[in-house]
Design a binder for this molecule. Structure first.
Ligand code: FAD
Length: 500
């Protein structure tokens, strides 16, 4: 049995942020995640480091939190934040009254804005709809959620924190009505680890209610699914928002060589059973195409979706539910933390750890806003073309990942999953969606004696199946042709269908 002070359930941005904060305040902890880090909403999000502009009219408290955190993250996380800047574009027919409320809201909160003529906006982003009326500049940024989680966990690791990924919490151990630990099952072997602690933090996002129920508690949530599509080109160097009340498909975020457009908002019951409706893909492309007409003719490489864990509300439109967060003390040693945004994860972690410090009757101030994220020196910066120097032995041409990168991740993590390498290097995330690099990465694992031949085939099949779940919604035009090529490579040349 393992003993620690705090157990964190969930390795999304919130859980990883809590681990970093605990590490910096000297509190022993153990994080448990059923998938890889960022496996939930964190890895399925738009990657927008909000300026707060999106919420300036509807939710000023969340908007202020976003703006403050945006400034902090730009400072402490320069290798996972790209300072793109953002534009709110007003198209013909978009309400002028909303524009006034937007500017007033930003002003009240302190979010800096600059009004641009359509000519100036087109100079900054030539792909914009030339019919736009005007644009307003805000300090939106693009953020890499995978890097963000890994860098937060780096501090935990340096300070001796424990973490178990691919371990599912299946039981909360109780004694005399108090939660004293968890049982976590290794998702491959089924082996159970029992870990005990004084405090348990439930940071399991859309699964918060399910985890709380293991301790006989409840956390009523509204689960809102959002879908996104990815283009194979970076159509804009700035984040583009539509200047209107939040609606489907009104944000486009550049991320390295691609763009993410979305999102939608549909209520769901079960976070493990979410799919993408073809109508969602059509809506997103149609709306994004109104802001950037090229969007309609650009290749869409895949679609994906995630679930927002929002505080329960009677509001029918989940977009109207506050993006604020809440810490729930279940009065039995278990705390749940819900709501918020990726942008506000650090603040959420700070408040959670303040609560834990008070429960332990300890005093040590939070340092996460001042100290740069650990481990950034090992990363390249933005944009992508800076990484072209010193590239040898490229395994993934779309994302410029080298054999050395893959070997380093395997050595560091001992992983047997191509997905884990993707999250750490972006291998397989470009236009061919793993068509050319997956078998190369598995070959490297085989060379390094991590996988047997049979295990490589199994791992390859699982990876391709998972990718295809997203790709199938984008099968037309060039992407369909690319997918057919990939299919021929795997079924024809590598005879994958013959290995069962
Ligand atoms: C489509 C979409 C777009 C979004 N875009 C943005 C954006 O651009 N900017 C922004 O700021 N916010 C955005 N958000 C919101 C943001 O993604 C979330 O608020 C944030 O990522 C939540 O992080 P989290 O760590 O609380 O939850 P999650 O990231 O969901 O993490 C919870 C983790 O708990 C794990 N878990 C669950 N049950 C167990 C168990 N039994 N045992 C072990 N582990 C378990 C899950 O696997 C998961 O990894 C978006 C959300 C969605 C859905």
């Amino acid at each position: 049995m393992i003993k620690t002070d705090v157990i964190i359930i969930g390795g999304g941005a919130t859980g990883c942020g809590i681990a970093r904060d605990l590490a910096l305040r000297g509190i022993p902890h153990c994080l448990i995640e059923k998938g890889d880090l960022a496996a939930g909403a964190t890895g399925a999000c738009h990657g927008l480091l909000h300026s707060g502009g999106r919420y300036a009219v509807s939710d000023p408290v969340a908007a202020k939190e976003c703006y403050d955190e945006n400034r902090i993250l730009r400072r402490i996380g320069e290798k996972c934040v790209e300072r793109t800047g953002g534009l709110f574009v007003r198209l013909p027919g978009d309400s002028k009254m909303f524009r006034e409320r937007f500017l007033r809201g930003c002003d009240d909160i302190g979010i800096p804005t600059e009004i641009l003529s359509s000519t100036r906006a087109l100079e900054l982003v030539p792909n914009l709809n030339p019919a736009l009326e005007e644009a307003i500049v805000v300090p939106d940024c693009s953020i890499d959620p995978f890097r963000l989680c890994l860098l937060n966990m780096k501090t935990s690791q340096i300070k001796g924190g424990l973490s178990f990924t691919r371990h599912r919490v299946v039981e909360i151990v109780r004694s005399h009505g108090r939660c004293i630990g968890v049982k976590a099952a290794d998702v491959y072997t089924g082996e159970i680890k029992e870990i005990h602690a004084n405090i348990l933090v439930n940071a399991s996002g859309a699964w918060t209610d399910r985890v709380a129920r293991l301790a006989g508690c409840e956390v009523p949530l509204t689960l809102s699914k959002g879908s996104l599509v990815i283009t194979n080109h970076r159509l804009t160097d700035m984040v583009i928002n539509r200047l209107r009340p939040a609606s489907d498909g009104d944000i486009i975020v550049p991320n390295e060589a691609v763009c993410l457009a979305g999102t939608t908002s549909l209520l769901v019951e079960d976070p493990d059973r979410i799919g993408i409706e073809p109508a969602e893909v059509d809506t997103i492309i149609g709306e994004a195409g109104r802001m950037i007409p090229h969007f309609n003719s650009t290749r869409i490489i895949r679609a994906f979706s995630g679930v927002r864990p929002l505080l329960k509300s009677q509001k029918l439109d989940s977009r109207e539910i506050s993006r604020g967060f809440q810490i729930i003390d279940h009065q039995n040693g278990l705390y749940s933390i819900v709501g918020g945004k990726l942008t506000t994860f650090r603040l959420m972690a700070e408040k959670m750890v303040d609560t834990i410090m008070a429960a332990f009757n300890l005093k040590r101030d939070c340092e996460t806003a001042e100290r740069p994220l650990d481990g950034q020196e090992e990363l390249s910066g933005y944009p992508l073309n800076k990484r072209l120097a010193d590239m040898k032995n490229i395994v993934c041409e779309c994302e410029l990942v080298t054999r050395g990168d893959v070997e380093r991740i395997i050595e560091q993590t001992g992983t047997r999953h191509v997905g884990d390498i993707s999250h750490r290097t972006r291998l397989g995330m470009g236009p061919c969606q793993g068509g050319f690099c997956t078998f190369r990465a598995l070959g490297i694992m085989h060379d390094m004696d991590i996988l047997t031949a049979e295990q490589s085939v199994q791992s390859l099949r699982e990876f391709l199946e998972r990718r295809f779940r997203g790709i199938r919604y984008a099968l037309w035009g060039d992407q369909l042709r690319e997918e057919q090529l990939v299919e021929y490579i795997y079924l024809g040349i590598l005879a994958l269908g013959k290995h069962s």
